[in-house]
Design a protein around this ligand. Structure first.
Ligand SMILES: [Zn+2]
Ligand SMILES: [Zn+2]
Length: 272
């Protein structure tokens, strides 16, 4: 069984109203022994009127207090999900902002995610106006590869093929045309000792696979990858550890026998 949820949000994230305490209560009720808060920091988020930033001082104080209060029941980890960017005009300020954040706060765990590219959040349909399904995904993987190669300080690649959830109806993606792009990302993760997150958030969004898909997880395993974290990406208390049984079955079938948690940036492996 999987006892750790390594990617979750609270009301420190712009897109969640969840009280941190309520998330821990849900985790406890579901039998988890390790729980990691990873609220959003997406510096220079490109969409108007939206900012994905929190006050790190307040975050650190709140989560540290909960860590103390929950000792003996749940091992609380303080993490963050960074939105990485490859657009040349924002790379420098984004890099500087994250470097300072990680220097000032010794997070247990840092997720490197690719949310935005081409100065847009491709969750919005506008991104797809310029691309076919296949081209839109390839451009996303290109940005993600750049991010995985150039940024430092993060421990896993968040939801590697997450944009698959948001390919508009009617746009087709030729999975076989993605293989080289995905391989390049996986090789980079292995070379740089960056882990692969298995994110179950997609399963709640009428998407039939985890992010990344079983095929990508199997390819990572085939290339020798063993450093995986399991993540619900919950933004609501009821989604903590959601569909972990499905993720575990999929991973066992591939051959995985262990998953990782992180403390102070150091991985620890646990048997399923
Ligand atoms: Zn994310
Ligand atoms: Zn997230």
């Amino acid at each position: 069984m999987i006892f750790a949820d390594m990617h979750t949000h609270t009301n420190f994230s712009t897109d969640s109203d969840a009280e941190p305490e309520a998330m821990l209560e849900s985790a406890y009720a579901r039998g988890l022994t390790t729980y990691c808060f990873t609220d959003h920091m997406d510096y220079l988020f490109p969409m108007d009127n939206t900012q994905f930033l929190f006050d790190p001082k307040k975050y650190w104080a709140t989560m540290s207090k909960l860590k103390e209060q929950w000792k003996g029941r749940i091992d609380v980890k303080i993490g963050v999900e960074l939105g990485l960017r490859d657009e040349p005009d924002v790379v420098e300020p984004v890099t500087a902002f994250y470097e300072k954040l990680l220097k000032d706060y010794p997070f247990d765990f840092v997720i490197g995610s690719t949310h935005c590219l081409e100065h847009i959040d491709p969750y919005y349909p506008g991104y797809w106006d310029n691309f076919t399904g296949t081209k839109g995904m390839l451009r996303y993987f290109e940005a993600e590869l750049w991010n995985m190669e150039h940024y430092s300080g993060f421990h896993v690649c968040g939801h590697l093929d997450y944009l698959m959830r948001y390919v508009p109806k009617g746009k087709r993606v030729h999975i076989r045309k993605m293989q080289d792009a995905v391989d390049a990302i996986l090789q980079t993760l292995l070379r740089r000792d960056i882990g692969l997150e298995i994110n179950t958030g997609s399963l709640r969004r009428n998407y039939p696979e985890t992010n990344p898909s079983a095929a990508i997880a199997a390819r990572y395993y085939e290339l020798g990858g063993r450093l995986i974290t399991i993540a619900s990406d919950a933004h609501y208390a009821e989604h903590v550890a959601a569909d972990f049984d499905r993720a575990e079955a999929m991973l066992r079938e591939i051959g995985f026998t262990e998953y990782a948690t992180f403390s102070g940036g150091v991985p620890k492996f646990h048997k399923f």
